[in-house]
Design a protein around this ligand. Structure first.
Ligand code: DAT
Ligand code: MG
Length: 151
């Protein structure tokens, strides 16, 4: 649906390395619509909840520490097929296995510093949006270019 949304976050390594414009620019140029964006240092509790599914994995403590260092650029993007298409734009979790031309392939080297998160399904997207944003932080705006991007 055109109003499908995904939660996308640039991780602390992407911010520290000055990659915000390069990565956000790809999402913007693709045609997806930005509906929320904030830079924050997430609490350990927030990161733990975000990655709750992985809590029994050996890398979980390191993952939580990396993310909670911040800053993280948390975003919500909207558009038809946004969840699946952005996952394709990211490439595999391990940048060494991501197809060339994908974000993780082009900017990152290893799984533990793979720079960007994107929701993997519609249900997780809605849960993650609710975890990271208050409803009032989502901006309802009309984009004039939609007539040239959507039909
Ligand atoms: P993705 O971020 O592609 O959705 P995931 O949900 O399986 O991947 O894991 C979340 C993050 O956890 C991932 O982006 C990086 C980290 N991670 C996953 N597997 C890992 C591993 N084997 N070693 C270290 N970090 C890992
Ligand atoms: Mg995941």
């Amino acid at each position: 649906t055109p109003s499908e949304r995904s939660f996308i976050a640039l991780k602390p390594d992407a911010i520290q390395r000055g990659l915000i414009a390069d990565i956000v620019g790809r999402l913007e140029r693709k045609g997806f619509k930005l509906v929320a964006m904030k830079l924050l240092t997430p609490s350990k509790e927030l990161v733990e909840k975000h990655y709750e599914d992985l809590k029994d994995r050996p890398f979980y403590p390191g993952l939580v520490a990396y993310m909670a260092q911040g800053p993280v650029l948390a975003m919500v993007w909207q558009g038809p097929g946004v969840v699946k298409t952005v996952r394709q734009m990211l490439g595999a979790t391990n940048p060494a296995q991501a197809p060339s031309g994908s974000i993780r392939s082009d900017f990152f080297l290893v799984t533990g510093r793979n720079g960007i998160h994107a929701s993997d399904a519609h249900a997780s997207a809605e849960a993650e949006i609710a975890l990271w944003f208050k409803p009032s932080e989502l901006v309802d705006w009309k984009r004039d270019a939609d007539q040239w991007i959507l039909s």
